[in-house]
Design a protein around this ligand. Sequence first.
Ligand SMILES: [Cu+2]
Length: 95
Amino acid sequence: MALSGCNGDKGKQANKTYTVVIQQMKFTPADLTVNEGDTVIWINKDIVEHNVTTETKDWSSPNLSPGMSWNKVMVKSAAYSCTLHPVMKGSLKVK
Ligand SMILES: [Cu+2]
């Protein structure tokens, strides 16, 4: 496991990829903790379009049709939602 704290130019740890499934108007898992540089893939397995947009609007995905996926390398923590369905919320914590 990575040590927390200042990590400057220490040895590189292998980056991982995490998947968040969008289904039944929910992000699963809704809360995810990753390391900086890890990739998160959102897959829309629902029957309607969804997107992933941070509350601060730092970044957002395009609208994802059913069956589409989108990925992003995470560099900082973010709370996000789907602007089409604001009740859908998730959060990413970057260690
Ligand atoms: Cu949605």
